[in-house]
Design a binder for this molecule. Structure first.
Ligand code: PEP
Ligand code: MG
Length: 563
């Protein structure tokens, strides 16, 4: 651990806007069993302790779930179920018989399970992280040491971790967590997406973050990615002034997204469940551009019934009145495994049967979802539009559009997140009513770089000129058909990229609601021809860094001064 006492500024990647200042709370690393633990003397007493340890983990997770929102609740309850698995206690019992101590019996039993899960692949393999988390918590409980993960704290603080599991991020108390810093993680990892969704300023990929001692004060800037350790009071004051200046500038903007010369670009919210919908529905934005439906079912063991789904969709749509709600059908597979939609192990899940490919193999899942959406749309009178994830070909788009129509839904669209669909967007969009570019996956597939790998964040930089070219191709194709093309990946919420995307011709930008005000301001300060010039300059650049610099140069100071 490197002690830091002097003021020091480090550069990470800003993924959730805003600035924060507070003491560091370090997320405790996993607890390992002692190598020299003696064998348990009294087998029955040891087994009782092991059982109690797993049970205390389940109870603690369920307790957290009670205070969490929908997505987090699902994840936490699913993890609590793992802790209650009787097989784990049985396996630990065998380890005790083999002469292990309590903590090692738990750890070995969990590792045995992990090996089995990994061999099963697919959904089960994705659960290995949760299983290890349960194991580490149970080891801590049986040893009587603090549980790994986010410790209890009462003062507004900055959470610092090597990385945060989506479940950990989703369960953070928004009132107490003023900022998040991680050493790993990527721009489009689900931690980054959830932090922005929760409106907590966040920086990822900060070198040496876990070495910052707990209690050290840090100032972070979720836009620039700068983190200052032991900041001088003048830095904190400067940051506060910037925050106030930004708040004042943003307070002056409202209403639909429009460029300075009156060109409309709809500003929409990305949401993941009922709670998000209730919050976003109360805000000044034009509706929902991406409802990630799979987030609602992350921990469901059985496919949700039409009735269950209808109830959830009704609650999601209601807060938006007659505003649009764009719903994405289940994007299961790869980084978002669903137990009831698992097709078994795959060598390379991100390139496998995920998204619409999975729907094609399990059409009954898609039909149930479309039926529920259709009923909820009728009941609420919402302007519901449904789009498919991971579309690559014209045939897939046509197949989806037919099913949407057959279920009585008025508008079907496709996500453009596979380069094949982007390059052929004119033909793909001819089959549907609209397109929405998912820049997170589009960057992943264009650059052949796994979006979950923080180390590859330079390749995944949305300013990569090749990614901008593929986005431009998708927009040109859409323009030739007259069909609207929006963006709902993380790029949409970056004010400078929003100018580029507007210049490329997108008709809507969908993002975490916390990002809407600054994007609205960015648009209002630039005319459409200026945005077109900005887009051309970005595409003319040779590298991602040069593209960003070129746009910074051209954007108005009133905007760049706030970033
Ligand atoms: C995307 O890929 O850009 C997108 C919006 O979908 P997700 O992040 O859920 O994969
Ligand atoms: Mg995607």
């Amino acid at each position: 651990m490197t002690e830091v006492t002097a003021t020091e500024t480090r550069q990470g990647i800003g993924v959730s806007p805003g600035s924060a200042y507070g003491p560091v709370v370090q997320v405790s690393p996993p607890v390992r069993p002692p190598a020299d633990e003696p064998p348990a003397q009294d087998r029955e007493a040891a087994l009782t302790d092991v059982k109690a340890a797993f049970e205390s983990v389940a109870v603690a997770l369920e307790g957290k779930a009670r205070h969490a929102d929908d997505t987090a609740q699902q994840i936490l309850k699913a993890t609590a179920l793992i802790a209650r698995d009787k097989g784990l206690v049985k396996a630990a019992g065998k380890q005790l018989d083999a002469g292990r101590g309590r903590a090692n019996a738990i750890a070995n039993a969990v590792e045995e399970y992990c090996a089995q899960f990994e061999a099963l692949g697919g959904y089960f393999a994705e659960r290995v992280t949760d299983l290890r988390d349960v194991g580490s918590r149970a080891v801590a409980a049986v040893l009587g040491v603090p549980a790994p993960g986010v410790p209890d704290f009462t003062e507004p603080s900055v959470i610092v971790a090597e990385d945060l599991a989506p479940a950990e991020t989703a369960t953070l108390d928004r009132a107490l967590v003023v900022g998040i810093v991680t050493q790993e993680g990527g721009r489009t990892s689900h931690t980054a997406i959830l932090a922005a969704q929760m409106g907590i300023p966040a920086v990822v990929q900060l070198k040496g973050a876990t070495g910052i001692p707990a209690g050290t004060f840090v100032a972070l800037d979720g836009d620039s990615g700068e983190v200052t350790i032991n900041p001088d009071p003048s830095i904190v004051e400067e940051q506060k002034q910037r925050r106030d200046k930004r708040a004042a500038a943003l307070a002056g903007t409202s209403g639909p997204g429009t460029t300075r010369d009156g060109h409309h670009v709809a500003l929409l919210a990305n949401i993941g469940g009922v709670k998000d919908a209730e919050e976003a529905g109360a805000l000044d934005l034009e509706g929902v551009g991406l409802f990630r439906t799979e987030f609602v079912f992350l921990s469901a063991d059985k496919a949700p019934t039409v009735e269950e789904q209808t109830e959830i969709y009704r609650k999601v749509m209601a807060p938006f009145g007659d505003r649009r709600v764009v719903v994405r059908t289940l994007d299961a597979g790869a980084d978002k495994p669903l137990a009831f939609a698992d097709l078994g192990p795959e060598e390379n899940p991100a390139l496998g049967r995920r998204g619409l490919r999975l729907s094609a193999e399990r059409p009954e899942l898609l039909d149930a979802q479309l039926e529920a959406l259709s009923i909820a749309a009728k009941v609420t009178g919402a302007d519901v539009r449904v789009m498919a994830p991971m579309v690559a070909t014209v045939e897939e788009a046509a197949w989806f559009a037919r099913r949407v129509r057959e279920n009585g839904l008025p508008k079907g669209g496709v996500m453009i997140e596979v380069p094949a669909a982007a390059l052929r967007s004119a033909h793909v969009l001819a089959e549907v009513e609209f397109g929405s570019i998912g820049t997170n996956d589009l960057a992943q597939y264009t650059m052949a770089a796994d979006r979950m790998q923080g180390e590859l964040s330079d390749l995944l930089d949305p300013w990569q000129p090749a990614v901008l070219d593929v986005v431009a191709a998708a927009c040109e194709g859409a323009a030739s058909t007259g069909r609207p093309m929006g963006v709902c990946g993380e790029s949409a919420g970056d004010p400078l990229l929003a100018l580029v995307l507007t210049g490329l011709g997108v008709s809507s930008l969908s993002m975490a609601p916390s990002k809407v005000p600054v994007v609205r301001l960015a648009l209002s300060l630039h005319s459409l021809p200026e945005c077109q010039g900005i887009a051309a300059a970005a595409r003319a650049a040779a590298t991602a860094r040069e593209a960003l610099e070129a746009v910074r140069e051209l954007a108005r100071d009133e905007l760049t001064d706030l970033l």
